[in-house]
Design a binder for this molecule. Sequence first.
Ligand SMILES: Cc1ncc(C[n+]2csc(CCOP(=O)(O)OP(=O)(O)O)c2C)c(N)n1
Length: 628
Amino acid sequence: MKTILDTIQTPNDLKKLSLKELSDLSREIRALILEVVSKKGGHLAPNLGVVELTLALHYVFDAPRDKIIWDVGHQCYTHKIITGRKDKFSMIRQYQGISGYPCREESEYDVYNTGHASTALSAALGLAVAREKNKEDYNVIAVVGDGSLTGGVSWEALNQIGHLRERVIIVLNYNEMSISQNVGAMSKYLSYLVSGQHYLRIKDHAKSFLKSVPVVGWPMIKIGRGIEETIEKMIFPGIFFTELGIRYIGPVQGHSLGSLIEVFQDAKSYQGPILIHCVTKKGRGYLPAQNNPEAFHGTSPFDIRTGKPKNNDTSVTYSSVFGQTMVKLGKEDPKIVAITAAMVDGTGLKSFAKEFPERLFDVGIAEQHAVDFATGLALGGFKPVVAVYSSFLQRAYDQLYHDVCLMDIPVIFILDRAGIVADDGPTHQGVNDIIYLRHLPNMVVMAPKDENELQNMMKSAFSYSHPVAIRFPKGKAVGVPLDKSWKEIPFGKGELLKEGENLILAFGSMVYPALKVAQRLQGKGISFSVVNARFAKPLDEELILRFAQPGRKIITLEEGVTAGGFGSSVRELLDCENKFDVRFKQIGLPMEIYPVGKVNQIKNMYRLDEEGLYQQILEFYNKIDNES
Ligand SMILES: Cc1ncc(C[n+]2csc(CCOP(=O)(O)OP(=O)(O)O)c2C)c(N)n1
């Protein structure tokens, strides 16, 4: 039987549907999302929460002429399904499939590539200003979640949106959740607007209210504090935004297609910036996700009937070892505090949060603030550990330089998801951190070969009295036993694991593969030492230079971009010590945009899996031997 979804090739087809048909379509789309994500994994709860909102937007606006920008972009599945990618949807987040985020290369309906939070408002304002300057006429709509509104960039944008007063439509997708429960004063304010308020009754209220507000210079109602302020908020909900110069409309029932369509239609004719506060439920329509939106924010494949994960892999992960080590360290030292930018669970800090709720700070999606907040805590005598994903720390680069490193403040940075990251695509690859950290003055850059070394590195880092970054990959650790008592990692010292003639110098996740490759090469009569570098900065110069003898081969391995990376620092050392007669090769990742895929697929593509490493080293070895 033909479904309504079968009739939808472009958003234009939506415009022929009745409200009832749109509502039926929302059910069909939910079922499709659920079916695909249960098999392939992906962002379930955020997407189930915005089905009506997306349909209403595409029903009212004329994409791609009108520009819809999705903040983070993890909630774009319905958008993809109705903008010509329904047939490819089963390949979402798969190698050679489609991206799980908006992707300009995929479709003209994807206006702006996203993946990191809080960028949509700035981009929308930029487009709106360009439109005015070009004397064009289209709508610009930014869809932003309440979680993403905690990011500083969003506030920088609101500041200018209220100032310039260009026509920008902000759809605030309010579901009280970031990945976990949303945090912060703004979150409380938004929830205040929703609680105790009657939902906007569109016909008899919003239209007249909109008309009554002049575009420029509307009167600022200034009444006192206390009870008057409460009355004011009741009469003019969202006064905070209004006073910034942004018209506030809401709260609107975010699953009522009728309400959404009416509000969006009204917003279209408004001649200034407008924020529509839509209240949605994460996981809507699938009980396990509704009841546990955090677990279903991003999920691996699961059984639809029970909501239980299909893969019950209970392997130890780096994040879990980090978390349990934090608890251990926290018990020993009451000055240790942990900071996360909205990733309590992802970074493994849940058990620390449970054990020491007053020493865990979730700052919201605010990596820049997290870094400076940690700096202040350290200056005040605490020992802050900032747990963050490698790719998200990129946006706090100046805070690392200006605030942490120039003052040489001992903050510990735990960089999870460093290296190749599965499924999420280019925005989430943690392949740049060695580069952006290693030239910062005073910064120590480390990577453990396994989870046991991770715990010892964490303990040791507190004794270095410098900022320290420790990077490790996502997921499953090596599976080695954990030392019961701490072992100090000597500052700046590598570890010689295998003796041989030439040298493989491996950093972090590349150490065990290096050992395996060296064994295989041994079988061919090719002799390599293997050193676990432990530090990309400072380098163990003494150890490296011991191998830097004429004609010897030195190969560096890293799970990161080579340009300016770990191997580059070794090359610089050899160069500055005039060791030109050493045969040197740096193995890692090229500087390019990696495709979506599983870690093994991407490693295989770039010859960073064991076989690829073996072949690369062998080719290099044979080439040098043929030359000489
Ligand atoms: C800079 C940055 N930090 C962290 C993340 C990880 N992250 C992805 S979605 C998300 C929560 C977003 O919450 P919200 O915007 O409210 O969207 P919802 O999932 O609730 O729909 C977070 C923290 C990110 N994408 N970007």
